[in-house]
Design a protein around this ligand. Structure first.
Ligand code: ADP
Length: 168
């Protein structure tokens, strides 16, 4: 296997990173030598956190995994970014059945755009199977305890965001 084949790109919005994302990265490290978490700059989702904030929170949340995991941002087509990193693999997480259709469509579209690149799917630990960044934001906004589901820095950052909003 070539060097490039062991590097995987994990793209997403990461608004913010959760323990579900972390779980997927940790699992991937058992198979791949290097995981590049790639935060999408082009996004139709209107993220709560800026690109810089998402990158910083992801870096902090993944720091314990060491130098095999890096965090970066990308814009434009994912397959172009993957090729620019000399990688041939994309990593995505699959939670519930509802993820499947979108992920299936995207994986096949990416394959049409570049048949050199394969998408790999990993399922998280069952505790995180219903976890999403959106539900975390919703629970935190309403004052619920999200500490079992996110890195400590994310919990603090969310609390700050929503207390500022409340004060405004
Ligand atoms: P996107 O906007 O690209 O879906 P996300 O940050 O929401 O970005 O998710 C990035 C990837 O991580 C997606 O493949 C998503 O399915 C996966 N993911 C998100 N949360 C979890 C989780 N709790 N368990 C497993 N995979 C997850």
């Amino acid at each position: 296997m070539s060097e490039a084949a062991r590097r995987v790109i994990y793209p997403g919005t990461f608004d913010p990173i959760t323990n579900g994302h972390l779980d997927v990265v940790e699992r991937a490290l058992q198979v791949f030598d290097e995981v590049i978490v790639a935060i999408a700059a082009d996004n139709t989702k209107h993220p709560l956190f800026s690109l810089e904030e998402r990158q910083e929170l992801a870096r902090q949340g993944l720091a314990h995994l060491g130098p095999k995991v890096t965090v970066t941002v990308f814009s434009g087509l994912l397959v172009d970014f993957v090729q620019s990193q000399k990688a041939r693999a994309i990593l995505r997480g699959l939670r519930v059945v509802s993820d499947f259709e979108y992920e299936f469509q995207m994986a096949l579209m990416n394959r049409k755009l570049s048949d050199q690149i394969e998408t790999f799917f990993l399922m998280p630990r069952d505790t995180y199977a219903y976890l999403s960044s959106s539900i975390i934001k919703e629970v935190s906004r309403l004052g619920g305890d999200i500490s079992p589901f996110v890195p400590a820095q994310v919990e603090t950052a969310l609390r700050k965001k929503f207390s500022n909003k409340g004060a405004a």
